[in-house]
Structures are given as structure tokens and as C-alpha cells.
Design a protein. Sequence first.
Length: 304
Amino acid sequence: MHQFLPVAYFKGQFTAFEDANISIATHALHYGTGAFGGLRGIPDPQNPSQILLFRLDRHCQRLSSSARLLNFGLPADKIQSVIIEFVRRNRPQVSFYIRPLVYTSDLGISPRLHNVEKDFFVYGLELGDYLSPEGVSCRISSWYRQEDRSLPLRGKISGAYITSSLAKTEAVESGFDEAILMNTQGKVSEASGMNVFIVRAGKLITPGYDQDILEGITRESIITIAKDLEIEVIERPVDKSELFIADEVFLSGTAAKITPVRQIETHHMPQSRPVTEKLREKLSAVVENRDPAYQKWVFPIEVA
Ligand SMILES: Cc1ncc(COP(=O)(O)O)c(C=O)c1O
């Protein structure tokens, strides 16, 4: 059972989480016409009166872009100020996850994005490890990642998550932890809610934006960190068979952080993962604001 944070933002105001409820006739519930974000916060390990939010600005920008794809003008700075106030009111004591969502909030039928009321809400929940930090087993999904010509993949659109859900359940029900989806070109795209990286001969390789991936903010952060650590980074199409012969494979996402992959289908990955571990250590230091070089990515919110 999730532990939800007590205060939500709903219909333009802050209210008790239990009172933030929608009607069964809500348009978005029927058509998947929503878009969401997901960001993590932690109590500042160095300063108990502060909460640290990782890359708040980027998450707000991405949600604002997703909203535009739904014909909804919602400026990133509006989302950002609501999230800051949301954190101040909740004052979480443990690691948590913020879920902002924009959606067609009108009541009634007919799929469309014009002439339909939209709204924006925010709630949060306590969240530790989403996937085992020890490593996960992955199935190659029989479901393919959608294409941008049928669904705007640059947004984090609610309706797209039917594919993630099908893939995740298929993987778990067949004995794996997670799914890796190919795109319709037959190349590696991403996992159910994470981007995919492989390491070959010390080089970090990941599918580019032209491989139908979500523009992951953790992915972007890892690429920057890796380059700063003088690890060569290559964004290019990745074949399924490369997953099997890679030296290391890991998944990245806000919820999953950096999660090593220990098995893909019947292939067991090497147990030594020097690049994954180096990046994971660095990312943890950055998120906890222990690395001055990346302070601009960490938003301290005063809650005392
Ligand atoms: C489908 C999908 N891909 C990738 C990611 C990773 O993105 P981020 O690092 O911004 O959390 C997510 C999670 O948001 C996701 O849902």
C-alpha cells in the first residue's frame, strides 16, 4: 500500500489528499488524454530544514511541453510554483515522489482535445527503491514501443502507458522483473518506465531520441555526468543482440534511478559493473547535493 502525502493540489487549491477525487465521467479517464510528470525529492541529508528536488525545472518544462501536445497552455513556471508550495505544505520526512498530472477534466464523452476543459493536479507518495538496486531480470517484450507518427512520444502521455502496462505484466507474469521494448524498426527503445544504457568496451551507448524513447531526464543527466567523467557516450540505434553481449546494461529513470540489469531473457550479464557503479555513485552524490559541480540541478526548498 502506498503512503500518500497528506496534501494534494487539486482544482486550483491545496486540499487533503482524501478529498481530491474525480468523477467517473471524467473525459481523460476514458480516453487517456492526460500527461504526467514524476520527480523525486529527499530531505536534505545536510540540512533538516530543507527538501531537495532533483531537476525541478526540467520536469516542469517537460510537463508543460506534454500539456501543449494536449492543447493545454500551462507554463512551466506555474507548475514549478505549485510544486514548491506543495512540498512546503507536506514537509515530507522521507524520500518521496511527486506526481503532477494534466488532463481533460470535463465530464462527458467524445475523444478530442479542443473545446474540453483541462486541469492540473499534484499529489505525492513516499517512495524508496522502485526496482531492486541489486539488479533486475528483463524480458524482451512482445509489445513494441509506439511510434511518434501515431502518438506524440516527446510527451509523457497517459494513454501511452497501456503499452508499458502490457509489457510490464507480460514480463512479471513470465518470471522476469522488467520489460525491454523494441521499437517498430526492431531496435532497442526503452523499458516500461526507464531508458536503457549499455556499456561496451568502456563506452556508454544508448538509443537516441530518434528511437522512439521518452526524453528521460535521468538519461540526460547520466549522459552529462558520463561526459564529465570522460566516459565516451554514443547515442545510436542499439540491436537486441548487443544487449546479450554487452559488458553492462542498466536502466535509468526517476523512480528506478540507475538499476543494473543482471539477466536479459536467458543471458546472464557479467557481475562486475564498473561503469554502472561509477555513474550510480556519482548520480547519488549529485541528487543529495554533495557535488558542487552539479548544484544547479538540485532545488533546495526551505520547509522549516
Ligand atoms: C516510458 C518512460 N521512459 C523513460 C522514463 C525515464 O524518464 P525520467 O528519467 O525523466 O524519469 C520514464 C519515467 O518517467 C518513462 O515513463
